[in-house]
Design a binder for this molecule. Structure first.
Ligand code: PMP
Length: 366
């Protein structure tokens, strides 16, 4: 076949059919429905904006940025501050454009386009999506009836398949619970590949595996600034051994953390006292909302260690639409199988939570 023939065959098929792999074409993209509601309880973000004094410092810092220049390619100052706040050596820290980017960097580094990625299900969908995009094989293992890890099944799969990467989100999204620490510890000790404990919500559980990184060379911890007040900055943090970090750093795009995010994150982390206050308030509100949700007959609410509550309704689609009519947006996970009629509500300000709870009362008593 001449190159001219090849070109006309490609043209006949169309560029997508001829050049985009079937695997990519089969993927359902990560999508967040854009519905404008006054009360936004769908994204697991913090409902609180910056205190005025910190906002002033941020405004001043932004004025000093030279946006005609590239950012610091290594985000050195920000890494130093993260190291100080987390009490973790800076050579074991890597920053990403959200932890989403770090998930991609881990899969690229450890699977080289053909390895295996194991994740319990239901869990954060980006593990599977990113692994598929990068040509890795995805091994899914259902969580048990309490949404904890099914240890026997996962250990069997690890033994049979020797996955390169295992993603364990604890607390898990969307179910909200932590996995048993002893089960995670056992997986870390048995697995020959890398175990990623994604602690995106650990500020709300008060539990972390971070100190174990020094002892376990196959353990990686992921954290993010997104859930505690700074989702717009897109700062994810990876903690691992120095050796592993220097390999993962090779697949990082240059300047992945832009100047504005670097500067603003530096200021908020240097003034982070207000963050722990907002976390405490969210935890108190979470427990209050959980109590009320659990008292509603037609709802089954699951205990949460995160900044959101996962629950099952009788008819999730109808409840979702009725809440939207009342200007309240939550997340609807309804699909056949384990997530049938399942929904997730992010904890908002006390006023937003009150509005959500009274909307539920109105819906269920009308
Ligand atoms: N991990 C988990 C478990 C999450 O729920 C999320 C956000 N939905 C992320 C990672 C991604 O966070 P980031 O905003 O840092 O990309």
């Amino acid at each position: 076949m001449t190159s001219k023939d090849k070109k006309s065959e490609s043209e006949a098929q169309g560029i997508v059919e001829s050049r985009v792999s079937q695997e990519i074409r089969d993927i359902t993209p990560y999508s967040v429905p854009h519905i404008d509601c006054k009360i936004k309880l769908d994204g697991n973000e913090s409902p609180f904006s910056l205190p005025q004094d910190v906002q002033k410092k941020v405004d001043e810092a932004i004025k000093q940025i030279d946006i005609n220049r590239y950012p610091d390619p290594e985000a050195e100052r920000l890494i130093e501050i993260v190291s100080k706040v987390s009490e973790f050596p800076k050579d074991g820290i890597l920053l990403g454009n959200g932890s989403d980017e770090l998930i991609g960097m881990l899969i690229t580094t450890l699977t080289s386009g053909s390895g295996k990625v194991l994740c319990p299900t239901p869990s954060f969908s980006m593990y599977k999506l990113t692994a598929l995009v990068m040509g890795a094989e995805v091994l899914e293992i259902p969580l048990d009836e309490n949404f904890d890890i099914d240890l026997d099944s996962i250990l069997k799969l690890i033994q049979e398949e020797d996955p390169d990467l295992i993603f364990l989100a604890s607390p898990n999204n969307p179910t909200g619970n932590m996995y048993s620490a002893s089960k995670i510890a056992e997986i870390i000790s048995v697995a020959k590949g890398v175990v990623v404990v994604d602690e995106a919500y650990s500020d709300f559980s008060g539990y972390t595996f971070l100190p174990l990184v020094r002892e376990c060379e196959n353990l990686v911890i992921l954290r993010t600034l997104s859930k505690v007040g700074f989702a717009g900055l897109r700062i994810g943090m990876l903690f691992a051994s120095e050796d592993l970090v220097s390999e993962i750093n090779k697949v990082r795009y240059p300047y992945n953390i832009n100047s504005l995010s670097q500067k603003v994150s530096e200021v908020v982390l240097e003034n982070h006292e207000f963050v722990s206050e907002s976390i405490q308030l969210i935890i108190r509100e979470r427990d209050r909302v959980y109590k009320v949700l659990s008292s509603i007959k037609v709802i089954e609410a699951y205990p949460s260690d995160a900044n959101f509550i996962f629950f099952k309704a009788e008819d999730a689609d109808s409840l979702f639409n009725k809440l939207v009519e009342k200007d309240i947006l939550i997340r609807n996970f309804n699909r056949p199988g384990r997530l049938e009629n399942c929904m997730r509500v992010t904890i908002g300000t006390p006023e937003e939570n009150d509005a959500f709870l009274s909307a539920l009362t109105e819906i269920f008593t009308s």
